[in-house]
Design a protein around this ligand. Structure first.
Ligand SMILES: [Zn+2]
Length: 219
């Protein structure tokens, strides 16, 4: 066992210096008492490709819809540009690993607002609220869940952003109930996914779910 002559303490394990004075230790090393945790690199590339693939599926569906309804105009170009911007931002966010769930939430808000103004400026056709907003919300919820799973994030690192992603789905719900939309299914899917999300959080992460709400709302 190691000993610090200065602090008169005995130190267990295989340490380099005294934990109190950082001074030199005398004696012999013993087997380390703490397990050595090997840090695994994040599966960022894999997650990135899965997310990209999900986007590709969504875009492919949009291409199909747009090709079958050319009278609506070529809104698919905007979806392509939007998805491109979204994944470009994600790509940049991936280089900086701090708080990606928060980053995703911000992307959804920024891109939805941009799309809405874009839609209005190009003679409002409704694609921003009918397609972009619900698909971004769906992407954010699924993306954050995949991120949390593959990066093994601690619940506290993503739960708030996941809750907020789910709350964003209230906007498509309100638009649906107010009969503001012509194309209903993207918003309907978004609301369904949000219900599944909150159900899942309530069933499997109940304690953290409520403690996070309490902490943030100071109730
Ligand atoms: Zn010491």
């Amino acid at each position: 066992m190691y000993e610090c002559k200065h602090c008169h303490i005995k130190v267990r394990g295989n340490v380099k210096c005294c934990p109190l004075c950082q001074g030199e230790l005398t004696g012999t090393a013993e087997q380390n008492i703490f397990p050595i945790i090997e840090l695994q690199p994040p599966l960022s590339q894999k997650m990135f490709r899965i997310g990209l693939f999900i986007t590709l599926i969504a875009v492919a569906i949009c291409v199909g819809i747009n090709l079958s309804r050319p009278q609506d105009g070529w809104w698919i170009l905007f979806v392509l540009a939007g998805s491109g911007c979204f994944w470009f931002s994600i790509g940049i966010a991936m280089k900086k690993w701090h708080n990606v769930p928060k980053n995703i939430l911000w992307q959804v808000i920024i891109l939805s607002v941009l799309a809405y103004f874009w839609d209005i400026k190009t003679g409002y056709r409704g694609w921003s609220l009918e397609y972009v907003l619900p698909f971004l919300c769906i992407g954010a919820i699924i993306g954050t869940c995949l991120l949390a799973y593959f990066l093994k994030l601690h619940t506290s690192e993503y739960i708030l952003y996941l809750i907020l992603d789910g709350i964003l789905a209230v906007i498509p719900l309100i638009l649906l109930l107010k009969h503001k939309l012509n194309v209903l299914y993207p918003s309907a899917i978004c609301v369904s996914i949000s219900i599944i999300l909150f159900g899942g959080l309530f069933l499997f992460r109940r304690d953290l779910f409520f403690s996070e709400i309490q902490r943030r709302t100071h109730l």
